[in-house]
Design a protein around this ligand. Structure first.
Ligand SMILES: NC(=O)C1=CN([C@@H]2O[C@H](COP(=O)(O)OP(=O)(O)OC[C@H]3O[C@@H](n4cnc5c(N)ncnc54)[C@H](O)[C@@H]3O)[C@@H](O)[C@H]2O)[C@@H](O)CC1
Ligand SMILES: Nc1ncnc2c1ncn2[C@@H]1O[C@H](COP(=O)(O)OP(=O)(O)O)[C@@H](O)[C@H]1O
Ligand SMILES: [K+]
Length: 539
């Protein structure tokens, strides 16, 4: 399990843990963990921004006085963690400069003790200011300005200071949360706020959703969790977690020799109005390469005779096709005609697995009756055998998967895009509950929510995916998994994970992040599925 905790949970855990420990013990542990992480970063001389995908795992001896570390210590307990870390680093012979915010009368006793320890060390103290950041030649900056206690946007002189840190070429290690970022949502605390861009974040007690979605990935960098030896019994069951193989891999089966095309299901992609024919073709090609037995492309009008680049696809007019014969992926390039709306109504009324994407989501947003039909479809449909087996993971009644990007989600919710992005987890959960469907809210740190409240943030993927057509590939991939018998919840988790992992592989091999095309994802996804299926050979 890779749980993600909101700030309120972290505060409750911290409170319970602190009650069993000497005063200041958690802050001392946080400071020690931060100093150790800093020493590992200094030793590995990680470039900034670091493409490395893990924290370095050991710290060879540092040559004394060759490294200069800048520690930013804010007025609260995040500043206390930073002061503890500064004292440890100074004691290790490292040249440490602390830019220190005067805490006022409300300083906690543990922060006051941390300040005394740092003041007694060889660390030099200066007032927090942008020029103090700009004048030094730092090998590392440690950000202990604000953690989960940030109460308003960073402004004034602190804003200039954060801007100055964001210009530095060296690694930046954020303590708990990059200052200025909302740990719950990954939004920059605003209006007109700013957040520090860290190359690495060491986060305390438990991992936090805001580090993995929205602005989080750009600001947190590589995330390490320091549990501070908290008694696991104090950790509540997390309602939110990071996506990972264990949540879905067992549903990706190795093939039996006796299988035939009928064994692996039919996918029908419905879309491709005039001028948007490529969208369902991409989706259908992805479905084919993700293992669906037969793949159809159903056009609302003027069907293409065939896809000359992929003649395995069967191109038809949607009218006249029996929607009960396939897993449906409706929406790519569907348009907003009356025919399109009729096709969506027929798709929702059908009994099989259903994925709703793109233009079909916009039609749904405009048509409350279709929303009601979709919600009651989820509530009344007979769960499949697969779905029953997966009942622990899945609200088995949710047969539809919806894949909105933030604008589509905003239309469905009657909100602005900014309001959706301000709390992506809440937006996905609200839609999932309202429409009784698995909702995949796309974007950096895609959020997948089930109607019962389960929610997952996906860690794979990168900006190579920010190109037209990658969403169509995702819908075809997910439909193919549904067609092969995977229940909606693990199908959505697997599709989002595989799609992002394929983009990560392509970016690592130079096919991106700039200039990767949606079509290039498809063979990389196929390779990923086959790798995972091989892990399940015994099934
Ligand atoms: N209390 C504990 O036992 C532990 C706390 N920990 C640390 O404590 C942090 C939380 O500490 P706090 O609750 O003190 O919160 P913070 O240190 O995040 O910030 C609170 C302080 O910042 C001020 N402030 C908030 N927004 C501001 C703004 N925009 N401009 C200027 N000042 C602003 C507040 O008035 C307050 O003084 C965690 O993120 C973590 O780093 C860790 O040491 C683990 C243990
Ligand atoms: N910056 C990014 N980082 C990670 N994933 C991204 C990023 N930008 C886009 N994506 C992903 O790419 C896909 C884009 O889908 P969508 O917006 O529907 O595009 P289209 O309709 O053109 O296919 C989604 O899976 C989304 O999560
Ligand atoms: K911080």
């Amino acid at each position: 399990m890779k749980p993600l905790y909101r700030s309120a949970d972290i505060r409750a855990i911290e409170h319970a843990a602190a009650a069993e420990l000497p005063e200041g013990e958690l802050m001392r542990r946080a400071g020690r963990a931060a100093a150790a992480a800093a020493q590992r970063l200094l030793s590995s001389a990680a470039p900034h921004p670091g493409p490395a995908d893990t924290f370095p795992d050991r710290a060879p001896a540092l040559q004394r006085l060759q490294v200069r570390v800048l520690v930013l210590a804010g007025p609260g307990n995040n500043g206390g963690d930073a002061l503890e870390a500064a004292a440890h680093l100074a004691d290790a012979g490292i040249s440490v400069t602390v830019l220190h915010s005067r805490p006022g009368n409300a300083q906690s006793p543990e922060r006051a003790a941390a300040w005394r320890r740092a003041a007694d060390s060889s660390a030099r103290f200066e007032e927090l200011s942008a020029p103090a950041v700009q004048t030094g030649d730092w090998q590392l900056v440690i950000d202990g300005l604000f953690g989960i206690g940030l109460a308003r946007p960073i402004g004034g002189a602190l804003r200039a200071l954060v801007e100055a840190v964001n210009q530095l070429p060296c690694p930046v290690l954020a303590l708990d949360v990059p200052s200025g970022l909302d740990a719950d949502t990954g939004a920059i605390v605003g209006p007109d706020g700013i957040a520090l861009r860290a190359s690495h974040t060491i986060t305390f007690i438990g991992d936090k959703p805001g580090l993995h979605t929205n602005e989080g990935r750009d600001h947190a960098g590589i995330v390490e969790v320091a549990h501070l030896d908290i008694d696991p019994a104090l950790l509540p069951t997390a309602e939110l977690q990071l996506n990972r193989l264990e949540l879905f891999a067992r549903h990706l089966h190795a093939r039996r020799h006796s299988g035939h095309k009928g064994t692996y299901g039919n996918v029908a992609v419905i879309g491709g109005a005039t001028g948007m024919r490529g969208a369902p073709i991409l989706s259908a090609r992805a479905a084919l390469h993700a293992g669906a037995g037969r793949v159809y492309v159903l056009f609302p009008e003027d069907p293409l005779p065939a896809d000359s680049g992929q003649p395995e696809l069967m191109c038809r007019l949607a009218e006249g096709y029996d929607f009960g014969q396939a897993t449906l992926a409706i929406g790519p390039g569907l348009g907003d005609s009356a025919t399109a709306a009729d096709l969506l109504a027929r798709a929702i009324a059908s009994q099989g697995p259903l994925l709703v994407d793109a233009d079909a989501l916009n039609l749904l947003a405009h048509t409350p009756a279709l929303q009601r039909a979709l919600a009651s479809r989820g509530a009344t449909a007979e769960p499949t055998q697969h779905a029953l087996q997966a009942a622990r993971l899945l609200d088995a009644s949710a047969t539809a998967v919806l894949t909105p990007h933030p604008l589509e989600a905003a239309r469905l919710l009657g909100l602005s895009v900014a309001a959706v992005q301000a709390d992506r987890v809440a937006a996905a959960r609200t839609l999932a509950a309202r429409l009784q469907a698995v909702v995949v809210l796309k974007g950096s740190g895609t959020v997948i929510a089930a109607p019962g409240g389960d929610c997952v943030i996906n860690p794979t993927g990168n900006p190579a995916l920010a190109t037209a057509g990658t969403g169509d590939v995702l819908s075809g991939l997910c439909a193919a998994l549904l067609a092969q018998g995977c229940p909606p919840w693990p199908a959505a988790l697997a599709a989002v994970w595989l799609h992002g992992a394929a983009a990560d592989e392509l970016a690592a091999s130079g096919v991106g992040p700039i200039g990767m095309t949606a079509g290039e994802l498809i063979p990389a996804i196929r390779a990923g599925i086959n790798r995972l299926a091989r892990l399940n050979l015994v099934r």
